[in-house]
Design a protein around this ligand. Structure first.
Ligand SMILES: [Mn+2]
Length: 468
């Protein structure tokens, strides 16, 4: 059974010991699903331990943030889901930092209150998220045996939001978080269909929108999706309303899953790809069935749609338990987000992509917000103008400062052939004086405006090397 490293736990206890007595504490966290859940976990644990604190968010922690914190005169600052990357700078400032992060530390510098799985041989990109790290801290804040185990549910939402469930489920130290959540009765982990929207989507939409694994005749095919339900012998409506996955009995779920598998086999979909239709799913048992919050993946999407529109406050309140105003506002933001995504995908369909030998790209200028252009790049695989055999590179203007935001997405089968977009983005952006990184299947970069052409040429060459 997977266990957490003793040194890591000890470090968490040291951090917790300091925080318990901290005066004038600021909690600052990253604006994304993992950062919001990190803050939710940490702030709840601090509340329970009676530690007063203020909470703030930032897109990317920089000197300006640190200046602001210093000016505000906080004695102690807890950084979650970022901080390790500029630890050197943080350590020079006039406050005591506690850093709970899972990103690559920029320095070998020792810091007393630096809690990062990477320092203890736990892979921070796949085995523990920022929220998981905050959870380990939160558990330590409760004392020796640690309670706060109910916060594991939120930590799992963060891990899923950080795409650490690639390959059929969470792994490594994340497994410990899952296990403790299950033991605390707040989480259910089980093998199920991996399609997005099991809690909230009408069955035909659930099937129609399944594009991670492209199911011929069903994905992006509304009539085909309804037909499949009939073929499977699953009643699609109840009292005139569409049923959702969550409304189905175990038997019905099996029937439908089998029908999907058969459909794939009939159409010659690769068996390794078919297997990816099923994996470990995480249900938050204390949330109402049929709501976004009940499913880790839908919950993280809801949070992302607050974060991407600069409404971290709304997502954070939901993480802290607000199920009234904040939840209603988050849902409104999600609706707006979906609208923007639809418009963005339509834009790609209307304007098409430029195909190169090994990649394809589009530059949305200011037509698509830089915060969602990556999602749209991924979704654009459903458009007939986009080639599923090549990665998609998307560009958008960054409002403030003459920079271009780059987002890249690929299919799982490209990754199996050797594609690693994190490497591509990091290597090619530094070649033009930018900065980038991410995951093998989804990565991003920021490059100077005017370097788009040079950048894509570079990308095309590097991708060729990787998949040849
Ligand atoms: Mn993170």
């Amino acid at each position: 059974m997977e266990e957490l490293d003793d040194g890591f736990l000890e470090r968490a206890h040291d951090c917790a010991g300091f925080l318990r007595d901290a005066d004038d504490l600021l909690l600052i966290s990253h604006i994304d699903a993992d950062g919001l859940t990190s803050a939710g976990v940490a702030s709840t644990a601090l509340d329970r331990a009676g530690v007063e604190h203020e909470t703030r968010f930032s897109k990317q922690l920089d000197d300006e943030d640190l200046d602001g914190i210093e000016e505000a005169g906080h004695d102690a600052v807890l950084f979650t889901d970022f901080g390790s990357g500029i630890l050197d700078e943080v350590l020079t400032r006039n406050f005591t930092p506690v850093v709970a992060d899972h990103h690559q530390p920029a320095t070998d510098a020792e810091a007393e209150y630096h809690l990062n799985p990477l320092l203890f041989d736990i892979d921070g990109s796949s085995e523990l998220s920022g929220a998981g790290t905050a959870y380990v801290l939160g558990r330590a804040l409760e004392g020796e045996d640690g309670n706060n185990r109910d916060l594991a549910a939120l930590a799992v939402v963060g891990a899923v939001g950080d795409m650490q469930n690639q390959g059929g489920g969470l792994s490594g130290a994340n497994k410990v978080v899952v296990r403790e959540g299950v033991e605390a009765g707040v989480l259910e982990a089980k093998q199920d269909l991996l399609l997005f929207g099991r809690q909230t989507r009408a069955l035909p939409k659930l099937l129609e929108y399944s594009t991670d694994v492209f199911i011929p005749g069903v994905s992006k095919n509304s009539a085909g999706a309804k037909e499949l339900l009939e073929e499977a012998g699953v009643e699609a409506k109840e009292d005139g309303n569409w049923r959702r996955w969550v409304d189905l009995s175990e038997d019905e779920r099996r029937l439908l899953t089998n029908a999907l598998f058969s459909k794939c086999v009939e159409n010659g979909v690769d068996s390794s790809e078919i297997e990816e239709l099923v994996g470990e799913t995480y249900t938050l048992l204390e949330e109402k069935p049929g709501t976004e919050l009940r499913d880790a993946s839908e919950f993280s999407t809801l949070l992302n749609s607050t974060a991407r529109y600069d409404r971290a406050d709304v997502g954070f309140s939901v993480c802290k338990g607000d199920r009234d105003e904040a939840l209603a506002e988050a849902r409104e933001l999600l609706r707006g987000h979906r609208r923007n995504l639809r418009n963005g995908v339509e834009y790609v369909g209307d304007n098409g992509v430029t195909e190169m030998d090994n990649v394809q790209y589009f530059d949305a200028g200011d037509e698509i917000q830089d915060t969602i252009v990556g999602i749209i790049a991924g979704m654009s695989y459903s458009k007939s103008c986009v080639n599923r055999g090549k990665p998609v590179i998307a560009f958008a203007d960054v409002e403030e400062d003459g920079e271009k935001k780059v987002s890249s997405r690929a299919t799982k089968s490209l990754v199996r052939r050797g594609l690693n977009l994190a490497e591509v983005m990091s290597e090619c952006s530094s070649a033009v004086g930018g900065d980038g990184g991410g995951h093998d299947i989804a990565a991003g970069a920021t490059i100077p405006e005017g370097s788009v052409k040079e950048f894509v040429d570079e990308v095309d060459a590097v991708v060729e090397e990787q998949i040849s």
